[in-house]
Design a binder for this molecule. Sequence first.
Ligand code: FAD
Length: 347
Amino acid sequence: MKKVERVTIVGGGLSGLALGLRLRRLGVDCDVWEAQGYPRHRVCGEFLSGRGRQVLAEIGVLSQLEQEGAVLGRSVAFFSERGAAGRGELPEPALCVSRYRLDAVLAEALVAEGGVLRVGQRFVGAMNVPGVVRATGREPRTEDGGWRWLGLKAHALGAELSADLEMHFHPDAYVGLCGVEGGRVNVCGLFRSRTPLSDLRQTWRDRLRGTRGSPLWERLRNVEFDETSFSAVAALPLRPGRVAAPDEVRIGDGCGMIPPVTGNGMSIALESASLAAPRLLAWSRGEVPWESVRSAVHDDWERTFGRRLQWAGALQTAVMNPFVRRLWGILFPVMPGLWRAAYFRTR
Ligand SMILES: Cc1cc2nc3c(=O)[nH]c(=O)nc-3n(C[C@H](O)[C@H](O)[C@H](O)COP(=O)(O)OP(=O)(O)OC[C@H]3O[C@@H](n4cnc5c(N)ncnc54)[C@H](O)[C@@H]3O)c2cc1C
């Protein structure tokens, strides 16, 4: 019988774990290296929209997540600092699930399928060699046009929402709220600053609550945060675009990060794993050389996500612009099709 080559996946986030699972189902042996561990809280809006839910169903973990209380998000409400700015039904249901459970469920499924998961082990070898896939997440960028981008998240207990997803837009920040399993509300914000923010350990609760008197502040003023769920991440690369790495096979954020306002990064991570799996299967069987896997994965990514990232970049710029935000408040009630168009362009 012909030897099947082993695949090494560096990074056990959504893209790496999903790829490992796909490969195991195709009969390919794989090792997934993860520098940290499971379960753990991660900075994420925890709002999975677009095709990602379908991928979770295909790799056999969706029903478990739903049984464990993952929430189907169907409605969305927008707010500015001053008040409500519109409300609607999502064009398709989204899955609201904590990264604490999602990553852990995928990790358990991978091991159950016979994948080797090297938890707490940082891969330090070369990643531009045959058989190695980079799924290491976004590349940090300290500054973008003079702005530093920072993500904060924590679970709130006892918060009441007016829609399954609430998006609150403030000057230099937006914060998303969605209910996840266990009756918790995930509060996740993206913030920008011209100077480094050094006092986060003390100020993260106030930053997540936003400007005093705003709808966001009203929503969160009396809630208790689960302190253990607090997480922060700095040096976010907010300008979309593909990372130039022609000598490596990359998936997920490692190829380029879609701005979080779209709630589509997790889907791209899962979808890109699905696209890469058959390419890697062909290589592992000796049917194609590694070079052709590299270029095929690159082309698949460009074709599937390139346009999505461009639209997302424009949307990200728009939501941080005070004039556009004001215009949005005026246009939303009379042109509900506008945000649906933005939704579909970024899926
Ligand atoms: C503020 C914010 C809010 C967001 N909100 C949403 C949202 O609501 N919806 C949505 O769909 N997306 C959202 N995203 C995006 C989403 O979190 C990412 O797109 C997704 O996690 C990407 O998955 P990934 O597998 O590519 O990378 P990651 O999930 O980052 O995984 C990479 C993994 O690689 C590991 N690693 C790195 N280097 C090594 C190494 N050398 N050896 C071993 N392990 C290594 C890391 O420890 C990490 O676990 C948000 C992102 C941010 C920053």
